[in-house]
Design a protein around this ligand. Sequence first.
Ligand code: ADP
Ligand code: MG
Length: 400
Amino acid sequence: MRVVVQKFGGTSVASRDSRLAAVRHVERALSEGYRVVVVVSAMGRKGDPYATDTLLSALDDADCVDKRDLDILLSCGETISAVVFAGLLRSRGHAVSVFTGPQAGILTNNQHGDARILEVRPERLFEALRAGHVAVVTGFQGATLDGEITTLGRGGSDTTATALGVALGAEYVDIFTDVDGIMTADPRIVEDARRLHQVTYSEICNLAYQGAKVIHPRAVEIAMQKNIPIRVRSTHSDDEGTLVTSATAVLESSALTDRYVTGITQAAPFAQLTVAGDRLPHSRVFADTAQRGISLDFILVTPTRISYTVHERQLDEAVSVLRDLDLEPYVVPDCARVAVVGAGIAGVPGIMAKVVCALADEGIDILQSADSHTTIWCLVRRTHMEAAVRALHRAFELGR
Ligand code: ADP
Ligand code: MG
């Protein structure tokens, strides 16, 4: 049995027209002899009636809702979407079975709101596929062994799709979305961003972890474990999109290019906190901050200074940790992180020079920088974020 998993994101299932475009991809796969598992996200984006953000906004006070209850609410968007999509498939003469995440056998840990998949038990899906049905599965949902409903966090439907792909031994996992594939930068910011035709799992993992939200990094990691190719494609065209595979597969194809930068990413908003003094309680600062579940970036430690960034939503909490230690931080709010990402940058001279010149030419201050063997990060003011991404994209000649 040849199986493909096709995941359709929020905008791809938002309107009847989009759903019809999506259905055509399902029908194409069926006509090529595949058994198809469809994974759907909630319909639309913020503001649309059944989008996840809209469900959240129905609550009088989201902070007062139990995490377990919240997952029961949040999982509704995908449920509505799956039944609507299945209806359309049926109206076109297809045999269909709808499954919630738990019914599809997705077992997770009990970390509500950001649960990890522990195991997939795909027997019911196999049964439906063997009977010649299209299986329509709600993305983003799972359940604990005790049957508690969980959700997989933002972008979780991507993870559902690749986890099912692995469990079913799929030939491909198709991630259908509103852009032509994975680009060298967010096309909403960079007009001449170029589509990447073939990339390795690790390149895309880096890009996704640094903020390219076109695919969730965990989804890529899961597909990588069993070498299941992912195709990131547009719902509204027949283009092949971006093929994400192993390094060996890329090497074997003729698509190998001498690329050292994969792309430019951005993420916001962050705040930078700095404390300085002769007797800083270094270990308390980091231990207490960690204990409150605050994650840090751009960490800089010297004997007389500690500086780091936190996500803006954790700023108040981070400041209060420091005040409890009698430290008054200097805070730069509204910052953004832009990154040059590419497995080939290690050891190449002149990369940082290019970054610094590109940003200086635009009058953009680098508030702080950091680097690893695959990434150079710059912290800039949020108001400079788009210009910084465009400047770096130009400097590394990534455009069309
Ligand atoms: P979906 O609802 O289909 O999951 P998402 O909004 O999660 O869609 O992801 C698609 C969006 O990702 C695009 O509209 C685009 O603006 C954004 N994006 C950010 N970085 C990139 C990139 N490097 N390549 C393509 N799209 C990107
Ligand atoms: Mg997404």
